[in-house]
Write a protein that binds this ligand. Structure first.
Ligand SMILES: [Zn+2]
Length: 182
C-alpha cells in the first residue's frame, strides 16, 4: 500500500456515467459490484474463474514475485492486485463494467444488495464446498462472512450450526435472524 491509497472492495451505488464500450448499463442504474475485476474475455474469465483474469491486473509481475503466480485485479487491495482505487470514496471507476456490475432489483435496498458483492458469495461458497445435508457445522468467527456461512450451512441442510465468536453480540445477531426466519 502507498500513502493516499483508497481501500474498499465491497460496494453498491448508482451509475453516474458509462464508458463507450459499456453495453449493459446506463446512467441511473442501481448496481452491486463484485470485488474482483475480470475482463470477461480471457481464458479464465471464459471459464468463470474471474479472480484469475489474465488482463485486469497490470501489476501481476510484482505479485508473482511474492505468491509465485499472478491473480486478477481487485478493487482497493494494494498495488499487487492492480493498483485500482477502492470504494471508500464518493465515486469509483469500474473497469470492464459489463462483467462486474450487477443491477439491484427494485425491491431491494442498496444495503440488501451489498451482501451480494462479497460477504454472501464468500460465506455461501464455504458452505457449498463443505456442508452435506444433516451435518453438524461449526463456524469460527461470526462477522459478516461468518454469518453468511452460517446461513449457507442452513441452506445446505445442516442439522445443527455452532457459532463461535469472542464477541457475544455476534451469535446473538445470528439467533435473531433465525427467529425472524431469515
Ligand atoms: Zn479476464
Amino acid at each position: 500500500m502507498k500513502e493516499g491509497d483508497i481501500l474498499g472492495h465491497e460496494f453498491t451505488g448508482k451509475v453516474m456515467e458509462v464508458g463507450s464500450g459499456v453495453k449493459t448499463l446506463k446512467r441511473g442504474d442501481r448496481v452491486v459490484v463484485a470485488p474482483n475485476i475480470g475482463c470477461g474475455e480471457c481464458f479464465y474469465c471464459q471459464e468463470k474463474e474471474w479472480s484469475l483474469c489474465d488482463n485486469s491486473n497490470h501489476k501481476g509481475n510484482l505479485q508473482e514475485k511474492i505468491t509465485g503466480y499472478p491473480t486478477g485485479a481487485f478493487f482497493g487491495c494494494s498495488h499487487l492486485f492492480g493498483s485500482y482505487a477502492g470504494s471508500h470514496a464518493e465515486y469509483i471507476r469500474v473497469p470492464y463494467a459489463d462483467h462486474g456490475c450487477f443491477k439491484i432489483p427494485e425491491e431491494l435496498s442498496y444495503e440488501q444488495g451489498l451482501f451480494a458483492s462479497d460477504a454472501a458469495p464468500t460465506g455461501y461458497m464455504a458452505a457449498d464446498m463443505a456442508v452435506m445435508p444433516g451435518d453438524v457445522v461449526a463456524v469460527w468467527g461470526a462477522g459478516a462472512v461468518g454469518q453468511m456461512a452460517i446461513a449457507g450451512a442452513w441452506l445446505k441442510g445442516a442439522s445443527k450450526v455452532i457459532c463461535i465468536d469472542k464477541y457475544k453480540f455476534r451469535p446473538n445477531i445470528t439467533r435473531a435472524y433465525q427467529k425472524r426466519g431469515a
